[in-house]
Write a protein that binds this ligand. Structure first.
Ligand SMILES: Nc1ncnc2c1ncn2[C@@H]1O[C@H](COP(=O)(O)OP(=O)(O)OP(=O)(O)O)[C@@H](O)[C@H]1O
Ligand SMILES: [Mg+2]
Length: 321
């Protein structure tokens, strides 16, 4: 085992998650490695179906990985038994895209947040006053007015619902939070509010985020590093600024060119990708992006393309890199 430094909270090594389907083996996550330091954010970006959610879930063992290692604070959690995992759950949490789907429609804000505190035995059900005080404190932290304490999810807008989802996770004071498209279902103006809230909470409480999104512009200002995923694999990873300024992989370039420019006079050459992301069923050797790549040549499909170092903390899997 490679020695860990204190800064590193999570390290994922050669993680694989395959699904056995009637049509063959689907390589949803295929040999992915990365690490994240405490208090930092790793953005994970890619098209629908590229394996982002599966990766996020496999890291938390909500999906049992097929192979690989997941070190959390230096310990390979894939070797932990049920009880050890249960204890770790509190430290490793997830926020979902659709808070409506993850909230119980029959439970009020107070009941929803209390439930998290009670499940983890942070409060006794008899300590009603303590519980209520903590619920109000958490509501305040996520910017929910105390008068909403007895409302139900359907009485609130999407932004407020996502704030409840965040408060519920916050209640456990986790170290790692996998954020699976937490703002994708929200209006753009509300997206910004939730992203600001998440960043403030990170500054205050030192959370580490794995921030999953299909929208590069969402993670631009939130992430330290960004990891671009294509059909189960990492195609490029770099500090956020580098990725935006000097993208190397043709797929990253295409994703970047699809972001509307803030200045319409600043003409970005838009790269249109032909064809859709196929499924990673029994993938052939070589670059999985080759069929859609404007720059592909015979060399791209001969053998798998390893990640290469192309700059400081900058890696890309492309023969042209
Ligand atoms: N339980 C499952 N059984 C079989 N295949 C699955 C299962 N879950 C996901 N997949 C497949 O794994 C691949 C990756 O799916 P995943 O949901 O991780 O993608 P995603 O990047 O999160 O997409 P989206 O942006 O739409 O959320 C897809 O081809 C999907 O069909
Ligand atoms: Mg997903």
């Amino acid at each position: 085992m490679t020695p860990l430094d204190d800064k590193e909270l999570l390290r994922v090594e050669r993680l694989k998650k395959y699904f056995h389907t009637p049509y063959g083996v689907l390589h949803a996550v295929d040999d992915v490695s990365f690490s994240v330091d405490r208090g930092e954010t790793l953005g994970i970006v890619g098209e629908s179906g590229c394996g982002k959610s599966t990766l996020g879930r496999a890291v938390l063992r909500l999906h049992e990985p097929t192979d690989g290692k997941v070190f959390f604070e230096g310990r390979n959690i894939l070797l932990c038994d049920k009880n050890e995992m249960k204890a770790l759950r509190r430290d490793m949490q997830i926020i979902f895209q659709d808070p409506f789907a993850s909230l119980n429609p029959r439970m009020t804000v107070s009941e929803t947040i209390s439930e998290a505190l009670l499940i983890q035995k942070l409060y006794s059900p008899r300590d009603r006053e303590g519980l209520r005080k903590r619920v109000l404190e958490l509501m305040n932290m996520v910017g929910l007015a105390s008068r909403l304490i007895n409302t139900y999810p359907h009485e609130l807008d999407g932004g407020r619902r996502q704030r409840i989802g965040i408060a519920r996770v916050l209640a456990l004071t986790p170290k790692l939070i996998v954020c699976d498209e937490p703002v994708s279902a929200l209006d753009v103006s509300i997206q910004a509010q939730i992203l600001n809230l998440m960043r403030d909470l990170q500054d205050e409480l030192g959370f580490t985020y794995l921030f999953i999104t299909h929208d590069l512009s969402v993670v631009r200002h939130l992430s330290n590093d960004i990891f671009v995923m294509y059909l189960g694999q990492m195609v490029e990873k770099a500090p956020a600024k580098t990725l935006f300024e000097k993208p190397v992989h043709p797929y990253t370039r295409a994703l970047l060119s699809a972001i509307p420019a803030p200045d319409p006079d600043f003409n970005v050459q838009r790269i249109t990708l032909k064809g859709e992301l196929t499924s990673p069923l029994e993938p052939e050797p070589g670059c999985r992006f080759a069929k859609r790549c404007p720059d592909a040549s015979g060399a791209c499909v001969k053998a798998d393309i390893p990640l290469r170092t192309v700059g400081e903390k900058h890696f890309a899997a492309c023969v042209l890199a």
